[in-house]
Design a binder for this molecule. Sequence first.
Ligand SMILES: NC(=O)c1ccc[n+]([C@@H]2O[C@H](COP(=O)([O-])OP(=O)(O)OC[C@H]3O[C@@H](n4cnc5c(N)ncnc54)[C@H](O)[C@@H]3O)[C@@H](O)[C@H]2O)c1
Length: 350
Amino acid sequence: MKKLGVGVLGVGEMGRRHAENIRRLVPEARLLAVADVAADRARQVANDLEIDHAFSSLNEMLEHRDIDAVIIATPDKFHAKAIEAAAAARKDILCEKPLATNRADGERAMRAVTQAGVRLQIGFMRRYDPGYDAAMKRIEAGEIGEPVMFKSLGRDKDVPPIEAYRANINGMLFYNNTIHDFDLARWLMQDEVIEVQAYTTVAIRPELAQFGDVVASSVNLKYRHGAIGNVESNVQAIYGYDVRTEVVGSKASIFVGSLEKTPATFVSAAGGSRSLCDHFFSRFGDAYVAEMRDFVHNMLHDRPPRVTGEDGMRALEIAIAAEESHRQAGAPQRCTAEHVELLGATSAQA
Ligand SMILES: NC(=O)c1ccc[n+]([C@@H]2O[C@H](COP(=O)([O-])OP(=O)(O)OC[C@H]3O[C@@H](n4cnc5c(N)ncnc54)[C@H](O)[C@@H]3O)[C@@H](O)[C@H]2O)c1
């Protein structure tokens, strides 16, 4: 059986998990190499996973001729350039979210993918979570009728260390965190967001203001076909890793995440009246495996990816509008996908 030759770029927390999944849990793939600017880390991961090749740059890894696809898990601001390089080398790509942290980079990456005729998937793994997957199947079957309201929240347990903000290599909250909910906001509602209004706070972490970042946000959404929505993010919820979503429809509604009869639930850093997830690996561990298996299977069988570069670009557009609204103290911002359409052929058509 032919296997897809895969290289992983960036083997920090997320990239290492992808590399482990490919090595152990994706029978259709063969992990051939890892690369990381931290050469020692790349070597360590290669040793741990018993593979031959560890590189200190993407370009070196791209010279490995048996690599068919590259997984990009570097910090956010390096995604677009890595996509361009991998596309130029004619590799298919699974890139972690976000596609980019600004429009120009995102568009350049998309063009590179289109011109090279390779395929690009973006790491919106929640689409592979059994809960979200089941919700989508019911929505597609028309069971909720017309979607009217979208509500999603994503709360992390602990704020990243201040050095992570100082390094300035990831996008602010909207690009690094809320973007998952922005993707769900389009996907589950089967509609495009046309207006965004963002309220933000640095309360409890005023030092984040100097980095142009925030600790929490509440973003209102208006949709092309009249529906409305709201997305809440918080990077320091203390009690756990909490992701929940609701789609309220004309005939029925769907809730992903827990919904209990208990009218009040107490939660703190010490736990509480429920058993809690504390990390995205415990909440979405299965989704990362399903995501990788699906990507590998589609690449191997010459099919388009399920989550496209265009999905990445459209979620990025919502994040850009949210950042603009945040900078203008909550003034509503138009969010059009027009120029995404103008990009012409997309990665989905490759
Ligand atoms: N889908 C998800 O749920 C999810 C979860 C966590 C992280 N992520 C995304 O994954 C990416 C990585 O996040 P992380 O938490 O693993 O970060 P991390 O800091 O733990 O790891 C990043 C790794 O990339 C390496 N690196 C940095 N610049 C590089 C370059 N130019 N070339 C090669 N390697 C480079 C670093 O040395 C490090 O090993 C981010 O974009 C993040 O948004 C996604």
